[in-house]
Design a protein around this ligand. Structure first.
Ligand code: SF4
Length: 360
């Protein structure tokens, strides 16, 4: 069942599956088919006001407005990167907490990087979000509304959203139920209608979540943030590795791959002097050999007060050459939006941001 948050004694509808909406409308004495109309208004047109739902009789709209509500995030701040291709949104949730989403334009592709938690309980040493700790999970409606908002804006300019990555604040697999619900709703054909192959979930390696997702049969793309090719180093920079070391993680990835039959992406944040040597690259190539995959190399994005070094271009090139010579499909992502702290691992909201709307 969806998170049935209430405003007064009104039922929150954003995050309901069509079947649940049907149960709700019939409980009000309305015909079941009304559910599909309401779902299309909420998820496709991004409506937050029952008065707009003009294919419903006025009496029905009034009844709905008395008994139900439709969550809507507010934009507290927005910043655009110098490249003109990246926009970071600071969204305010109904309880005043804040999360960030990042829109990236690349050719005809419009990808939104979506948050799943306020902060994060994991403490990957290179990541700004981890420094916030976990404040709470997002509801499915709150996850979805990041997309609905941005898509409405794009559509107003004759543009549209094409791809989604669950790679913003938080570890999505630690908010499993709400994340999977949100993904199913993104995919709803008369809702946001984002094809499942255009949705990617990124995890740092929460093994039980990967195995559960494999059983779900959703066919969503999986990206695994690997970042080190040996356990000693990975445990040093990512505490989750102490519980689920690399061989267990890769076993889960193989199981996911087999079940879903999609190529997996390994993300590798390059930290100069730590994991960016040619020997590291050779170890990485050996580790993922035999797994149909792509490696995405991300030169580390500076985070305030974190003592890592972004690798020089030559170190990145050397690392990538080793992987390519080992016949691994390899891309380098010089994160977009680094100048507005919208790059990978940079999303962070200061504890005082609720008052000041300041974003690092
Ligand atoms: S990298 Fe991901 S899992 Fe690790 S602290 Fe940052 S948000 Fe959390």
């Amino acid at each position: 069942m969806a998170d049935v948050s209430q405003s007064g004694n009104r039922v929150e509808l954003k995050g309901f599956f069509p079947g649940e909406l049907e149960g709700f409308v019939t409980s009000l004495g309305l015909e079941p088919y009304r559910a599909r109309q309401i779902a299309a208004w909420i998820y496709n047109r991004g409506s937050i006001d029952f008065a707009e739902m003009t294919d419903l009789a006025k009496g029905v709209r009034t009844k709905l407005a008395r008994r139900a509500s439709i969550l809507s995030l507010k934009v507290a701040a927005r910043s655009g990167a110098d490249d003109g291709e990246t926009v970071k949104y600071l969204f305010e949730l109904p309880d005043g907490r804040r999360v960030e989403s990042v829109l990236m334009r690349d050719g005809r592709r419009r990808t939104l990087c979506v948050s799943s938690q306020v902060g994060c309980p994991l403490d990957c040493t290179f990541c700004a979000t981890g420094r916030m700790g976990l404040l709470r999970n997002l509801s499915a409606g709150e996850i979805l509304d990041q997309l609905i908002y941005v898509r409405r804006e794009l559509r107003a300019r004759g543009d549209d959203l094409t791809n989604v990555v669950m790679m913003g604040m938080g570890e999505p697999l630690l908010n499993y139920g709400n994340v999977v619900r949100a993904i199913r709703l993104m995919n709803l054909d008369y809702g946001l209608a984002i094809g499942i192959r255009r949705i990617t979930l990124s995890t740092v390696g929460y093994v039980p979540g990967i195995l559960r997702l494999a059983r779900e049969g959703l066919k969503v793309g999986l990206a695994v943030s690997l970042n080190a090719a040996d356990d000693a180093l990975r445990s040093r920079i990512m505490s989750i590795n102490r519980r689920w070391p690399i061989h267990e993680l890769l076993e889960a990835v193989r199981a996911y791959r087999q079940r879903i039959d999609r190529r997996v992406t390994f993300e590798y944040v390059l930290l100069h002097g730590l994991n960016d040597s040619m020997e590291d690259a050779r170890r990485l190539a050996a580790l993922v050999r035999g797994i149909p995959c792509k490696v995405n190399v991300i030169p580390w994005n500076p985070v305030e007060d974190v003592a890592f070094v972004r690798p020089p271009r030559e170190a990145v090139d050397r690392f990538v050459d080793v992987l390519r010579n080992a016949h691994l499909t390899t891309t380098v992502r010089y994160s977009r939006g680094v100048d507005i702290a919208a790059g990978c691992g940079q999303l962070y909201i200061r504890p005082d941001a609720a008052a000041t709307a300041s974003v690092v």
